[in-house]
Design a protein around this ligand. Structure first.
Ligand code: MG
Length: 156
């Protein structure tokens, strides 16, 4: 299995720990959700981090503060949300022998793209986008969890 993780509001509580106006200061103090390090260190699957950035270098800064870079086989930073779909399609080609599972908080982005590409999808319903309702079938995740710590039980 290959797990493709989103970053913001998936591995840490971005919408709570960072404010737009003070983002470069806030990023120095962010902390991962409970269980993230342990999951990434011990769960027997290949792992990729796929995120997009609005400010050059900010995603890298988040990854460094969270101390999670070394857990991933690849860290892919896109320049737009739409580009995420292209990245996922490339991942699917490259890792064609793996069962791919996408874990993220946005049903209108990684969940939708993952579903469109025939991947397994897990929605972490938490943070800024938790109230968002699926607008069509591709926005319906295969599984929904409300805490990161529920991921292990789901995938085992
Ligand atoms: Mg996110």
């Amino acid at each position: 299995m290959l797990i493709v993780f989103d970053l913001d509001d998936t591995l840490f509580h971005s919408s709570d720990q960072m404010r737009y106006e003070t983002r470069w200061q806030d990023v120095k103090n962010i902390t991962p959700f409970t269980g993230v390090h342990e999951f990434l260190r011990t769960f027997p699957a290949r792992k990729i981090l796929l995120t997009w950035e609005t400010d050059q270098g900010l995603q890298d800064e988040k990854i460094n503060t969270l101390g999670i870079r070394h857990f991933f086989e690849e860290v892919i930073i896109c320049s737009s949300n739409q580009e995420k779909k292209e990245c996922l399609a490339r991942i699917k080609q490259k890792y064609s022998r793996e069962e791919i599972c996408v874990v993220g908080d946005r049903i209108d982005a990684e969940i939708q793209f993952g579903n469109e590409l025939g991947m397994k999808t897990v929605r972490l319903q938490y943070g800024k986008y938790r109230e968002m309702m699926p607008q069509h079938v591709f926005q319906q995740a295969h599984h929904t969890i409300s805490q990161f710590s529920q991921l292990r039980g789901l995938l085992e």
